[in-house]
Design a protein around this ligand. Structure first.
Ligand code: AHR
Length: 518
C-alpha cells in the first residue's frame, strides 16, 4: 500500500519536474540546407524611407547652418556616417503622402528664390524647399546608396513626371538637361527607381484600382529610358491585405511597363486612433505587436501568389516600400510629426520582418523601413547636436551581411511563445552564403521568458570557425535615450558549441543573434 503511494508521488514529481524543465528549456532542431540555394537576397530589401514629414528631412538630415556639427552644405555628416556603416543601399524620397503634392520644380535652382509651400499633409507647416532634388541626390551620393524617387501622380501630370526624369537622366542637349547643367550638374544623375504615385488608394487620390491602373499606364508611358538610364518603374500597390488592388494592377498593367509593385503594411497594436505608447506597454501589447508584425508573412505569400498568376517568371518585384511599427507620438511632440521612441520590441519586430523578406527574396526585391530619422520606426533620433542609434539601427547593422548574399533554405519547427491563451512561433530564422562562401544565420527569439536550445546542422558544409553577435535587452521596453544612448547595443555572442559538424546554440530570451560560420 505504502509502496504504491510512494511510487505514485514519485511519478507525480517526475512528471512535474519534466514538465517544468520542458517549458523552461524549449528545444529546436534547425537544418541549414547549404546545398539548396534560394537565389540572391537583393540588397535593396535593406532600404529606407525619408519624407518631408516632421523632423525627418528638416531638422533631421538637413539642419540649420548654425548647428555646431560636421555638415556638408546643410547635410548632417554624423547621420551619413551611421548610414554608411550599415550599408544603406537605397533611400526613398520625397514621400509618402507628401510625394503626391510635391512639384519638383519648387526644389531646384537658387535656394533663395525657391517658393515656400504648405505641407498640407503633415501639420500645415511651411516647407521652404531648401531641400530639393539636388540636395537629395547629394545625400544619396554621400551615403553611397541608390535614390528612389516617388513621383507625383495625385496632383501632378504625366508631363511633369516625364520632365523630372529628363532633367535628371538625359545626357544630351535639351532645355531640361541644360537647366540641370546651369544648376551645376553637368552629368546626368541616372536615377533608375521611380515610384508612380503613392498610396493612390488613399492620400494619393482615393482612386479605385481600375482607375489607378489606367493612370499608371499613362504616366509610365511618358517616363522614358534615356541612354544609360533604364528606369525601374514601381506601381503604387496595396494597402495591407487589399488583395484585389494587386490583382487588378497585375491584370491590367503589362509586365514590360512595371518593374515592381509596392505593398504598405504598418504594425499597429491598438487602433489607428489609439495606437499605444512606444515605450510604456506590457506583455499584452508586446505579444500583439509581434503577432501583427508576423502577419507580413501571410501578406507576402498571398500577394506573391496573385503575382505568380500573371507573372510566373517572377520578373516583377514586390516592393514593401513602407513598413514598420506605428505607435502614438512621444508625449509633448506635434501629433502630425510622428516622432516615436524605439525599443527592444521594435528591434525584434524589425529582425523578424527582415527574416521574412530574406526568405521571400525570390519576389521581395526591395523594401523601405519607415522612416530613417525622427519619424516612426527610426534608425536614428536627433536632438540638436546629439544623435542616438536606436535598437532598430543595430538590427540593420547585424543583418547587413545578408545583402546580395545567396539565400539558404532552412528547415525547423519553432517552439511556441504562448501568452494569455494565444501563441506565435518563438523563433524565426534566415540564412545566406556570401560571395566568400561564409554562411550567416540570423535567429530571433521573440519569447521574453525562455531561452531556446537549438541543435543546428549544415549538411555537407565544412567549417572551422563560428562567431556571433547578439542584440539583447533585459526588457522589451528598453530604449536608447539621449541620457543613456547605449543601453541596447550589439555584443559578442558566445552561446554556441561546435560538436563534430553540428552546432548547439543557446538562444537567449528576447534576443537577436547573427552567427558567422566559415
Ligand atoms: O510614413 C508615413 C505615411 O504613411 C506616408 O506618408 C504614407 O505613405 C503612409 O500612409
Amino acid at each position: 500500500m505504502n509502496t504504491t503511494i510512494y511510487s505514485r508521488i514519485y511519478i507525480a514529481f517526475a512528471v512535474l519536474f519534466y514538465a517544468t524543465t520542458a517549458t523552461s528549456q524549449p528545444q529546436m532542431q534547425l537544418t541549414i540546407k547549404t546545398d539548396q540555394q534560394g537565389g540572391v537576397i537583393d540588397k535593396n530589401i535593406y532600404g529606407h524611407f525619408s519624407e518631408h514629414l516632421g523632423r525627418c528631412i528638416y531638422d533631421g538630415f538637413w539642419v540649420d547652418s548654425s548647428l555646431n556639427i560636421h555638415k556638408k552644405d546643410r547635410i548632417r555628416l554624423d547621420i551619413v556616417e551611421a548610414l554608411k556603416k550599415i550599408h544603406v543601399p537605397l533611400l526613398r524620397w520625397p514621400g509618402g503622402c507628401f510625394a503626391d503634392e510635391y512639384h519638383w520644380r519648387d526644389g531646384i535652382g537658387l535656394r533663395s528664390t525657391r517658393p515656400k509651400r504648405v505641407n498640407t499633409t503633415w501639420g500645415m507647416i511651411t516647407d521652404d524647399n531648401s531641400f530639393g532634388t539636388a540636395e537629395f541626390l547629394e545625400l544619396t551620393n554621400l551615403i553611397g546608396c541608390e535614390p528612389y524617387i516617388a513621383g507625383n501622380l495625385g496632383t501632378g501630370t504625366p508631363q511633369e513626371m516625364a520632365n523630372w526624369v529628363e532633367y535628371l537622366n538625359y545626357s544630351g542637349q535639351s532645355s531640361l538637361a541644360d537647366q540641370r547643367r546651369q544648376n551645376g550638374y553637368e552629368q546626368p544623375y541616372h536615377v533608375s527607381f521611380w515610384g508612380v504615385g503613392n498610396e493612390s488608394w488613399g492620400c494619393g487620390g482615393n482612386m479605385t484600382p481600375d482607375f489607378y491602373a489606367d493612370q499608371y499606364k499613362r504616366y509610365a508611358s511618358f517616363c522614358k529610358d534615356y541612354p544609360g538610364s533604364p528606369l525601374k518603374k514601381i506601381a503604387s500597390g496595396s494597402n495591407s491585405d487589399d488583395y484585389n488592388w494587386t490583382e487588378v494592377c497585375m491584370k491590367k498593367i503589362p509586365s514590360w511597363q512595371m518593374w515592381g509593385i509596392s505593398l504598405h503594411y504598418y504594425t499597429v497594436v491598438g487602433t489607428w486612433e489609439h495606437k499605444g505608447s512606444a515605450t510604456k506597454f506590457g506583455e499584452d501589447e508586446y505579444f500583439n505587436a509581434i503577432k501583427n508584425c508576423l502577419f507580413m508573412e501571410e501578406l507576402v505569400q498571398k500577394h506573391s501568389a496573385i503575382m505568380d498568376k500573371y507573372d510566373p517568371g517572377k520578373k516583377i518585384s514586390l516592393c514593401v516600400d513602407e513598413w514598420g511599427v506605428w505607435t502614438d507620438v512621444e508625449p509633448g511632440t506635434n501629433p502630425a510629426f510622428l516622432y516615436q521612441q524605439n525599443s527592444m520590441r521594435d528591434a525584434i519586430l524589425a529582425a523578424s520582418t527582415l527574416n521574412i523578406f530574406n526568405n521571400h527574396s525570390e519576389r521581395v526585391r526591395m523594401a523601405c523601413l519607415a522612416q530613417t530619422v525622427n519619424v516612426l520606426q527610426s534608425l536614428i533620433l536627433t536632438n540638436k547636436e546629439k544623435m542616438i542609434l536606436t535598437p532598430t539601427y543595430h538590427v540593420f547593422d547585424l543583418f547587413k551581411v545578408h545583402q546580395d548574399a545567396n539565400l539558404l533554405l532552412v528547415s525547423f519547427a519553432s517552439p511556441d511563445y504562448a501568452y494569455n491563451g494565444n501563441k506565435i512561433p518563438a523563433v524565426n530564422v534566415s540564412a545566406s552564403k556570401d560571395k566568400n562562401g561564409i554562411v550567416h544565420i540570423s535567429l530571433v527569439n521573440t519569447d521574453p521568458h525562455h531561452s531556446i536550445d537549438i541543435s543546428t546542422t549544415l549538411p555537407g558544409f565544412q567549417f572551422n570557425s563560428i562567431s556571433g553577435q547578439l542584440l539583447h535587452a533585459a526588457n522589451f521596453t528598453d530604449i536608447n535615450s539621449f541620457e543613456v544612448p547605449n543601453l541596447v547595443r550589439p555584443e559578442a555572442f558566445n552561446g554556441f558549441k561546435k560538436d563534430a559538424g553540428h552546432i548547439s546554440i543557446k538562444l537567449p530570451a528576447l534576443s537577436i543573434v547573427v552567427l558567422e560560420i566559415k
